[in-house]
Design a protein around this ligand. Structure first.
Ligand code: RP5
Length: 169
């Protein structure tokens, strides 16, 4: 029988309109072979669903939660307040907002003492780094993953050298 790998990372989004950006986190996790799920819920539009998700995540075996939201982005903080798991927040530049993600950045990063949210950059770079931070956390007790991470970092450094050579012509 085929063994089903446990889902370790949950990628939560406030709206399906967040998916094009949050896919960046998912593709990093796929690259490293980390099993993950996508979960749609909103701090404001579906508060009970959000609360239930946050309270049950650790018991389901989830180790890290990545949360992307735009506008008054309270989703990461609300989830962090109801779980002991590390929560990584990605502020999004929602097309519905005229503030280009600055609203979401402040809403995500300005948590009161006692409830940490590790806040990434706005948008795609933030989503990508959220995936990488989740991998770094999981690599703390996974030697194989830790070695893959070292390989990724080395390849990134190499690619800069290659680009430099191309620039010089
Ligand atoms: C936030 O409101 C979502 O995370 C999304 O970024 C933003 C706009 O949502 P939609 O109106 O596109 O559903 O809650």
């Amino acid at each position: 029988m085929k063994e089903k790998r446990k889902t370790l990372v949950s990628i939560v989004m406030g709206s399906d309109s967040d998916l094009p950006v949050m896919k960046e986190a998912a593709s990093i996790l796929t690259e490293f072979g980390v099993s993950h799920e996508l979960f749609l819920t909103s701090a404001h539009r579906s508060p009970e669903r959000t609360s239930l998700f946050a309270r049950e995540a650790a018991g389901r075996g989830i180790r890290v939660i990545i949360v992307g939201a735009g506008m008054a982005a309270h989703l990461a903080g609300v989830i962090a307040s109801q779980t002991p798991l590390p929560v990584i927040g990605v502020p999004l530049d929602s097309s519905a907002s005229p503030l280009q993600g600055f609203d979401a950045l402040l809403s995500t990063v300005q948590m009161p003492g006692g409830v940490p949210v590790a806040t990434m950059a706005i948008g795609k770079a933030g989503a990508k780094n959220a995936g990488l931070l989740a991998v770094r956390i999981l690599a703390l007790d996974d030697t194989g993953l830790s070695q893959e991470l070292s390989g990724y970092t080395r390849a990134m450094a190499e690619s800069i050298k290659t680009k430099h050579q191309k620039l010089k012509g």
